[in-house]
Design a protein. Structure first.
Length: 374
């Protein structure tokens, strides 16, 4: 009997030794630390922390029908749309938050485009210029302005796309500009000047006493200005507002622009056609429309213009379908423009893509049944 018990105990011990060892627990994967975002000084959007360490890139972009669709314009933080001559508009696009590898087609500069660019102290990419700009740019280069001219100065920053006809086939890239610029003594430095004011419009009580916000805004969030003075919030609207009307900026024939609200932003149309990027078909989205009326003088039969962009001019800001009248204040080449109310307090722009329409005298901006013209 004792022998039988010993045999059984040994068998149990052997079976226990043959049991599988417990499976090791999988090592836990550490949760990645999110990369902190910072405010883009150009348009108030949140961007990776390294983006604002670069110099702003300003590119003269073609808007002739043969140049459409353009490349890289979707990624521009701020776009000035201005008549170049004879009713034909051209873009001055400012880049900081994103660095598209293809931007263009690149075209020539005018004196007032140079003046619009100077307050941002950018890399300034263009393909030549009118004769009256040659001496201006030479003097500015000697004073440290980062002029990048494909024809006379920095050809390495550009290339031609043979799939398009000249002159609508010259391109640059933001990373290429940042690489070439320092070889000509133009440091890739951070923007350090004043900026526009960005944030959500402050809610205001409606007739019933409840609080309403403009569409697309943050409920119960007051404006978060990036300027030191007290901003004037854009007016709020009731939740029962009708569909947001389109915005029309009238230039000339195939250069007229429509902004169509999609519930979150405006989609751009030009000559009745939706605008999109050539390389990936992304539709152009606009968060802020700023119309500014600046007098211009026609110089010749071609329609070349003279325009003093420094000064104070009537303006209208449209964000989330809500217009606010104000003044565009651009004191000079060393001070970035401001958008202010009658008291001089800054108007609050929505963080995101900004289009600044420099309107010819007599041209109009239309929002539904409202119309502005100067």
């Amino acid at each position: 009997m004792t022998l039988r018990i010993c045999v059984l105990l040994c068998a149990f011990a052997l079976c226990d030794g043959c049991a599988k060892a417990p499976s090791p627990q999988p090592a836990s994967t550490p949760t990645p630390t999110p990369t902190p975002a910072v405010e883009n000084p150009l348009n108030g959007a949140m961007v990776p922390p390294d983006a604002p360490k670069h110099r702003i890139a300003a590119v003269m972009i073609d808007n002739y029908p043969d140049a459409r669709p353009q490349s890289g314009l979707y990624d521009a933080d701020v776009v000035y749309e201005v008549e170049a001559e004879g009713g034909i508009t051209r873009y001055l696009a400012l880049f900081l938050g994103a660095a598209p590898v293809v931007v263009g087609p690149v075209r020539s500069a005018r004196t007032y485009f140079v003046d619009l660019a100077r307050p941002y102290d950018p890399f300034f990419a263009h393909a030549g210029q009118n004769d009256d700009v040659i001496d201006v740019l030479r003097d500015l280069r000697n004073a440290g302005f980062a002029d990048m001219d494909e024809i006379q100065h920095t050809p390495e920053a550009f290339w031609r796309d043979d799939s398009r006809d000249m002159p609508h086939n010259l391109y640059t890239g933001i990373a290429r500009m940042r690489k070439v610029g320092p070889t000509y003594g133009y440091a890739d430095k951070a923007f350090s000047r004043d900026r526009l004011t960005f944030g959500s419009p402050a809610p205001t009580p409606d007739a019933s006493g409840s609080t309403q916000n403009a569409p697309g805004s943050t409920p119960n969030a007051s404006a978060q200005p990036s300027a030191s003075s007290s901003p004037k919030p854009a007016p709020s609207v009731t939740a029962a507002m009708p569909p947001v009307p389109n915005v029309v900026a009238s230039f000339w024939l195939e250069y007229d622009v429509d902004f169509v609200w999609d519930g979150a932003a405006y989609q751009r149309f030009i000559d009745g056609q939706p605008q999109h990027d050539r390389d990936d078909d992304r539709p152009y989205e606009v968060d802020d429309i700023v119309a500014v009326w600046i007098p211009a003088k026609v110089l010749d039969a071609i329609g070349d213009l003279s325009m003093n962009v420094y000064g104070s001019y009537p303006a209208v800001l449209v964000r989330d379908g809500v217009p606010t009248e104000g003044t565009w204040s651009a004191p000079g080449p060393d001070i970035t423009p401001r958008l202010v109310d009658d008291s001089g307090d800054p108007l609050v722009l929505k963080p995101g893509h900004i289009y600044i329409e420099i309107m010819p005298q007599g041209s109009s901006l239309t929002l539904g049944k409202k119309n502005w013209s100067h």
